[in-house]
Design a protein around this ligand. Structure first.
Ligand code: CTP
Ligand code: MG
Length: 173
């Protein structure tokens, strides 16, 4: 798959990952709960509203792509494109939570930077959760996944810097 096809393919996950920055809530998913290490389960940065906004934004992005961009998941039925977008978004937000969980266990404060947990994990979990939908229908090879993860890393760095310059994010990562 070429780079444009790859980015189109993963795009709902990007939308999901970006939305919580704009639609952050107050109530944290972990409700302030701590584990035995006296650290939060996920931390104050992971809110219920942010999670729901991420899944909704990613799914909505998929609806728009499925309706207006024929190259998005070409040869996949329309309803499966929507289901794909939903699962991809749910996977992205779940990976985001797993990343926070790991960061807290490593003793990192909320908002601290982790290259893998912040910038790559969400794409991996998104691809895993949506796998049953695109498996056998989209010719995603090992090299495509590697290119996709590298692209995701670069785009994540770029967009978070822009979001910081626009004062949407406190930190540039
Ligand atoms: N956000 C949210 N709900 C989520 C994910 C993110 O409200 N489920 C919002 C929060 O305002 C968060 C911001 O988006 O501070 C940036 O998200 P992110 O960088 O993923 O989280 P961090 O605050 O850096 O927390 P962590 O260290 O746990 O990754
Ligand atoms: Mg962060």
């Amino acid at each position: 798959m070429d780079v444009v096809q790859l980015i189109l393919f993963i795009f709902p996950a990007y939308a999901a990952n970006a939305a919580p920055v704009l639609f952050a809530g107050r109530t944290p998913i972990d409700m302030g709960q701590q584990l035995g290490d006296k650290r939060r389960l996920f931390g104050k940065g992971k809110t219920i509203r942010g999670f729901i906004a991420g899944v909704a934004a990613g799914t909505l992005t998929g609806v728009i792509l499925a309706t207006f961009v024929p190259e998005f998941l070409i040869h996949v039925p329309f309803n499966d494109k929507l289901l794909f977008s939903f699962l991809l978004s749910l996977g992205a937000m779940t990976g985001d939570l797993i990343g926070s969980f790991v960061k807290r266990r490593w003793g990192m404060e909320s908002g601290r930077e982790s290259l893998v947990m912040d910038k790559i994990l969400f794409a991996i979990t998104a691809l895993i959760l949506a796998f049953p939908i695109y498996n056998g229908k989209i010719p995603l090879e090992a090299i495509d996944i590697i290119v996709l993860l590298i692209l995701t890393f670069i785009l994540h760095v770029a967009f978070n810097r822009i979001a910081h310059l626009l004062k949407l994010k406190k930190v540039p990562w």
